[in-house]
Design a protein around this ligand. Sequence first.
Ligand SMILES: [Zn+2]
Length: 236
Amino acid sequence: MPEDWQRALAVVAHPDDLEYGCSAAVAAWTDQGREIAYVLATRGEAGIDTLDPERCAVLREREQRASAAVVGVSVVEFLDHKDGVIEYGTALRRDIAAAIRRHRPELVITLNHRDTWGGVAWNTPDHVAVGRATLDAAADAGNRWIFPELTEQGLEPWNGVRWVAVAGSSSPTHAVDATAGLERAVHSLLEHRTYIEALTDEDPETYARRFLTETATATGERFDGKPAVAFEVFAR
Ligand SMILES: [Zn+2]
């Protein structure tokens, strides 16, 4: 995984997208003194069947901020696109390009933008839209003339994104050792307690630990045998 960077920006669709696998890497990076900010396209307000979206949004925002704090991330922003029906398009690209200009990252992280998770597991349209728009916005952010309204708002072009790392890809190219961050990743995922309790009858802590350990161990089999978080890295 590239090491010569100081600032990263993670852009995903929903609360919990980063906690399902990626946050052990984030914990390792913040330990090293790197700065990481989270931008979420939605508040995940359509994510819990038994909770109406208005109440759900407030609760999931709170859970997301708490889960970010566990892995050393204090900046969490929401773009307020609509959960479940995020549209890929210029509005989304512009909002992500604006976030990239605000935070000026060298590394951008997002979640699987492809139709499937590999095999027959279909991805959600929100992940596809946000993943693709993030890959595109990494370039948009550097072009003064694509979204001139951003420059008028004082957001100068940022052409410093060197890599976009896609988590959850079925074609990973790079990996980060998850050993040091795994325990905090479990506690980070556990902060999404309301969501997990609605999702499974399993004890939340058992569930979070089992899921993340199994994923990191399986990933590690392809990378040195140590528990790992894998990314498909696109260079710019
Ligand atoms: Zn999601």
